[in-house]
Design a protein around this ligand. Sequence first.
Ligand SMILES: [Ca+2]
Length: 293
Amino acid sequence: MVEIIPHDPHAFTQGLLIHNSKIYESTGLYGESSLRIINISTGEVEKIVNLTDEYFAEGIAIVNNSLIQLTWKENIGFLYNSSSLEIIGNFTYEGEGWGICSTANNNLWFSDGSFQISQKSSENFSISNDFLTIKYNNSPINRLNELECPFENSLIYANIWLEDRIVSISQSTGDVCFEYDFTNIRLEYENENSRELNGIAYDESSSLFLITGKNWSNYYLVDFNRSFQDCQIIEEVVVENNPSYLQYIVIIAVAIILMPFSWPTFVLVFYKLLRRQTQHPPPSGTTEKEREE
Ligand SMILES: [Ca+2]
């Protein structure tokens, strides 16, 4: 841990990101949902807009300088001007909205609490282009919640609902590359009303991560202290363990090429067997006639 910054303990954090050196935070619960801009040094709330009582706010992401905010079960996402927090539009989607993050090429990953995340383009937030199954030791891992997609690598960071754990995920395979457990930070520094960790924001300027949780007293600036190469190493191991179709084709081709060299051996074996058959006729034994004699 590098730094502790105060956090509103009444904020039921559902989304977190850093943009233009400001913290953006979405808070949930019906009647208490909001979108906030927060001073990254002091933790002071600089701007806040409250949602009406029928919406339970969830994850947030920035695309093309607009801020997107999801809602839990209301099937609607809101678009805001990222400076003024004025609503500039909305869109609908199917299923529940949990976490969201945007990638360097303007794609978005959506989580819904399951073991799958869906990808949508910034052109159309309502239609999913792709689904990624998240696997931990080759088994699907459930309850993926708040997301973060640092632009400088191909990893997705997700925290797990009801846990204080964050996993880093390969965007190409869905495999969990590494996990970070912040249970000790919550036990040591957090208030007794704090709920689970739910908020990951990557700070490009320092290459550090800011984390917080539901009703936490603090944000924590932490160094994940893992090289982004870790996931690439795992991906290479996975590829080695799972031969591709091309490798199978090569093995079969080599076998076919080598086949003619083994033919003389087969011919010799068959020839010897045939000769043994002719040299040593099957024992006739005693015929019924000889026995009678
Ligand atoms: Ca985030």
